[in-house]
Write a protein that binds this ligand. Structure first.
Ligand code: NCD
Length: 362
């Protein structure tokens, strides 16, 4: 069975198949209208969402299926202290497929380990957001015609922005991509992505502090909001909140054929004056997201019992009392499950749930 917890759970071929199907559904929605009749999607959202939850809901409805679930975990058994594992086991009796968003990193992964139906990670803390990645990839493909060979700038909160982390991981599957990271010091991309993803996969990256200096090189500009809810320190947030703002003047420096993406919601990092620019693709991106989720649901249900489509072997995980995960937002520090680690090819020990670097116990 295939779950989607991290973008690299999908092979490049599977990703291409989902994007191609998403494009076909976009062109011919009538052909798919009844295709998931009587099937049920459970949306378990433990963290606020407008787009992602409604996008999943509308995707399943447009395939002729049904949707159940909750948008506010205070109304669920989590409020009574039920574990993620137990919730996943229970919900899988009611639904054919589960989409889970959680503020605790690693929660959808833990759910997938016990669920007899496919689990989709709809965003876990600041860790990963693989369905936004599929949305971003289909958008780039439709706006620019291809993904290989592009220079992609990421601007804003690269530290806490899970959509950035997942898209960078996925881009390593494509040819000749180079990325430019535009962020203030406080919001730089985490080391594990730079080392274990970019460097290991040989994807060149550059870090700059000024959007104007690189604007003319970019084929895609991926804007993000500063993730206020993930800051522990209010003063640090106030210092960086207005860091990079895209306006029409900066757009004059960009290529004629370029695409501005944003996972949304935006706060003030793209001025509304940019919306009328034909290169502003972020509202079209929302629409493509629904079609790619229709394709994802279709593929995961189709692949469920197919031995050709299983989860990748991600290397051995191990338990070792010498290490602990110091990330207080990780599932292993929030629920009664053993701390578990993996050794990366660079020789770094990382938490198997949230990817943060393991701390050595004194
Ligand atoms: C993003 C998310 O939730 O991570 N939004 C989304 O899913 N479209 C980005 C964000 O919240 O800034």
């Amino acid at each position: 069975m295939k779950h989607l917890i991290d973008p690299t759970d999908l092979t490049r071929e599977e990703t291409d198949e989902i994007i191609a199907l998403g494009e076909d559904i976009y062109e011919h929605p009538e052909r798919y209208r009844e295709s998931q009749k009587y099937r049920k999607l459970a949306t378990l959202f433990y963290e606020p969402s407008t787009r992602t939850r409604l996008s999943f809901t509308s995707a399943m409805m447009e395939l002729g299926g049904n949707v159940l679930g909750f948008a506010d975990a205070t109304n669920s058994s989590a409020a009574k202290g039920e574990s993620v594992e137990d919730t996943a086991k229970v919900v899988s009796s009611f639904a054919d497929i589960i989409a889970m968003r959680h503020h605790i990193e690693g929660a959808p992964y833990v759910a997938s380990r016990v669920s007899p139906v496919p689990v989709i990670n709809a965003g876990d803390g600041s860790h990963a957001h693989p369905t936004q990645t599929l949305t971003d990839l289909i958008t780039i493909k439709r706006e620019l015609g291809h993904i290989d060979g592009l220079t992609i700038g990421f601007c804003g909160d690269l530290r806490f922005g899970r959509t950035v982390h997942s898209l960078i991981k996925a881009l390593t599957r494509y040819k000749d991509i180079s990325i430019v990271l535009i962020a203030p010091d406080e919001l730089r991309l985490p080391d594990y992505i730079k080392q274990d993803v970019c460097e290991k996969q040989g994807m060149p990256y550059r870090e700059v502090r000024n959007i104007e200096d690189v604007m003319s090189e970019l084929d895609v500009l991926y804007m993000t909001r500063v993730q206020k809810e993930r800051f522990l320190d209010e003063e640090e947030f106030d210092r960086v909140k207005n860091s990079f703002v895209l306006d029409c003047r900066k757009m004059t420096l960009a290529k004629e054929k370029m695409a501005v993406l944003h996972p949304l919601p935006r706060v003030n990092e793209i001025l509304p004056e940019v919306d009328a620019d034909p290169r502003a693709a972020y509202f079209r991106q929302v629409e493509y997201g629904k079609f790619v989720r229709m394709a994802l649901i279709t593929c995961l249900l189709k692949w469920k019992d197919d031995p050709e489509h299983t989860m990748p072997e991600n290397g051995e995980t191990f338990h070792d009392r010498r290490f602990r995960c110091a990330n207080m937002k990780c599932i292993c520090n929030n629920e009664n499950i053993p701390h578990s680690f993996k050794l990366t090819e660079n020789g770094v020990v990382r938490c198997a749930y949230c990817d943060s670097k393991a701390t050595v116990n004194k």
